[in-house]
Ligand binder design. Sequence first.
Ligand SMILES: Cc1ncc(COP(=O)(O)O)c(C=O)c1O
Length: 365
Amino acid sequence: MQYRRMPIEVESPEQLGYDTIKYNLSESSVSDLFLKDLGKLDDNILLCYGDHYGLVDLRKKIAKDEGIKDINHVLITPGAIGALFFINTSLLGKGDHVIVMHPNYATNFETPRAIGCEISYLKVEPSKDFLDKEFIENNVKENTQLISITSPHNPTGRVLSETDIEWLLNFTQERNIFLLVDETYREIPFGEQSKSLLALRSSHVISVTSVSKAYGLPGLRIGWLVCQNNKIMENFLAAKEQIVLCNSVIDEQLALNALVQKSHLLKNVEQHLETNFQLLKEWLDTEDRVETNLPQGGCVCLVKIKKKIETAKFYELLLKQYSTYVGPGHWFEVSDDYFRLGFGWPTKEELKKGLQNISMALNHF
Ligand SMILES: Cc1ncc(COP(=O)(O)O)c(C=O)c1O
């Protein structure tokens, strides 16, 4: 494995220091919760090694909510990122071919790169259909092991249509190719969402999600993968056992506490997102120096600065003078003429001011 640090992580707000940013429009989740929001923790939790698949009650809750028949088809992981790592390192070896969406949350292509895979990048272009089926048809090879899709998509907020889902399921099944679907944004109560995890449709599909984005609990580091294929689930479990063995039993209990209050927590998020999405639309209507495709799901979108400007200076000014932070294009390996804007994390006042600040910073160019 050849590791390298990903720019999105090097420049992440938490590494920069949250206290250095007043208007944080760079996040891809909803507002973070406090420990106290999750209710009391039982003092009697035994700090033993936990179940290697993950806390049984947590998996039962996930299985019940999602309509999963066997709780061993759910593997709790250290965040969605851990799930992506277990899947990629279990299914792929050096020289294997993988088709992966690009731009994307960087781990989705960095881990296949670190393994030494041959990679075809399935481009997400603003002016084209979200899923470029022709590209997939033309680039699939004998050694294609995996197709890796993210929906709702980071950083564009685009969502796979039902027709595209059907097509992908059939295409991969007919060719014996695993389909990884990063569904980390699926539960965010905004826009279009697929009703069930795609892994429930066929045993060659693996779904990944977590409590980080929809619940605002990235500090718990709890995610899960779902797959109905017992054989590869055992590989994923073996990967987990070699790397972390089990999750923190405290984090698992807290994640369960959150899922028990799911309807209440997601209702709050839904109201917040509705308000903030309106603010975003109003700003886009009046700010003609930028353009974007409105997000169909999740809580981010990719905004284009229409005029050619010195982008490095723009982002520096935006942060230093206006204390406002967005995710520049290079986090996703696209031009810095684009930036990711997260509208779910800031309060409505912060979002309003942050958007105004982007306009003010553009006035300098
Ligand atoms: C599409 C996508 N997948 C996975 C992750 C990782 O999430 P987690 O915090 O659950 O590890 C992220 C985080 O930004 C993401 O955007």
